[in-house]
Design a protein around this ligand. Sequence first.
Ligand code: PHE
Length: 337
Amino acid sequence: MQEKINALRQEILAAMEKTESGRALYELKVKFQQELKTIMAGMKDLPKEEKPVFGKIVNEFKQSMEAAFEARAVVVKEKEMQQKYAAERIDISMPGKKYTAGALHPITLVKNELIDIFAGMGFKMFEGPEIETDYYNFTALNTPKDHPARDMQDTFYLAENLLLRTQTSAGQIRVMEKEAPPIKILSPGRVFRSDDDATHSPMFHQMEGLVVDKGITLCDLQGMLGEFARKMFTSSTKVRLRPSYFPFTEPSVEVDLSCSECGGKGCRLCKGTGWIEVLGAGMVNRHVLENCGVDPDEYTGFAFGMGIERIAMLKYGINNIKTLFENDIRFISQFED
Ligand code: PHE
């Protein structure tokens, strides 16, 4: 019996030395337990007086083997961890991949800023279509087919009565046709004119504003534009209105802001005048109100329209409008929110 146990001990210990995984060790343990069971089963055939001695031997064998299994389990686990670490090893000295985050285009930045400023004064947003009918872009805006003011905007016609809108003012009509006063809308969008030089592009962006209610006056327009100018440029920026002409406003004004570069003293940017022309505006012409079914004796309103590129050029000191459309990453990455 003792020999049998010794032989088994040697066999199991030798096999244990070779185990490399928790699973192999477990299988070996199961085998050992089965063998032990057989040995213990042989106990019943022993003479009574030998039983306690044998029991002690088996017990000691069982305990020592269990201790050996436990010790081996620690070694095997460590080996397994080492293997796992080796497999998952990463080289932390390798340079990381660099992702350059995109940024908003200066036109989008200025557009968003304009929206923020006017939304703060209670304006709602409206976006009209880029392909317009002759009616919305001109006729309803008091500029019928034979009107000389059509010459002010060189138009891309798509068909006799379809064109690429030349001004976001077309949206004024769409809004007034649908909504009854009080109206307070802001309408950004792309516009198109057959114009091309350092300060004009065939496609550019405008921001239109329209306010219609009882008792609206030119003073309201001036006050609101002052607020816009101070927020967009500097807190000391001043507004000046000059008489002008648009068929859809009466009176019409050209709006100048005091030069943000020199503070009004006169410099190259403002060509020595101290003022910079930034937008067109005026009181909505009563014919336009009538065209939209709004009673001009009850309601008055003002409208303004500005070029977003122009504001961006003034704000960031850009002197050629083309740089805004070339999308040279070295140029557009200079602008941040
Ligand atoms: N639509 C005019 C333009 O493009 C600007 C404007 C808008 C003028 C609203 C008056 C009122 O030149």
